[in-house]
Design a binder for this molecule. Structure first.
Ligand code: S3P
Length: 171
């Protein structure tokens, strides 16, 4: 299986941890989208949002995904907002398979509540606001997904195993 695997899902879904496990299990190169953009810009996501605004960051996500085109055997942990742009989903689809990590708002809240690295949650760190944004995004996540794996009550190891079972058998 040399195609890429793109992990999508809300902030705190566990994409980064699961991507790391998948990368070591199946020998794929790990790409952490946010970290790559931070490295290229020489700034944290918070600084990028504060200094250039969200639209600039969204454009960087698109150019980053497009820059991966032609590369294979990657596991890409995508920023939570990346699937909101259809052109991003098309770039992912051309590269391989898209796996949506589905997570309940209550679980997300528990995972993100102590972090201050996500500008979109900074003034919305509560279950209701997380549920609201998740509901807005759900149609795009579901439409993009080749596979959906629930993460509530599972370890990252279990989630990674389910993904491998789902995608194995596809060339
Ligand atoms: C965002 C998710 C973040 C990061 C940025 C915006 C979003 O990534 O890209 O803060 O719009 O959902 P993670 O999903 O890896 O936290």
């Amino acid at each position: 299986m040399k195609k890429n695997i793109y992990l999508i899902g809300f902030m705190g879904a566990g994409k980064s941890t699961v991507a790391r496990i998948l990368s070591s299990r199946c020998g794929k190169t790990l790409i952490e989208m946010d970290e790559e953009i931070e490295r290229q810009e020489g700034k944290t996501i918070r600084e990028i949002f504060a200094e250039h605004g969200e639209a600039y960051f969204r454009a960087r996500e698109t150019s980053f995904l497009e820059s991966l085109e032609g590369q294979r055997n990657l596991v890409v942990s995508c920023g939570g907002g990346a699937p909101m742009r259809p052109c991003n989903v098309e770039a992912m689809r051309r590269g391989g398979q898209i796996v949506y990590l589905s997570t309940r708002p209550e679980t997300i809240y528990e995972r993100v509540k102590d972090a201050h690295t996500r500008p979109l949650l900074e003034d919305h760190m509560n279950v209701d606001d997380i549920r609201g944004l998740l509901e807005q995004r759900l149609p795009a996540y579901q439409a993009a997904a080749d596979w959906t794996v629930g993460t509530d009550g599972k370890t990252s190891e279990e989630v990674a195993r389910e993904i491998l079972e789902a995608v194995s058998g596809t060339p």
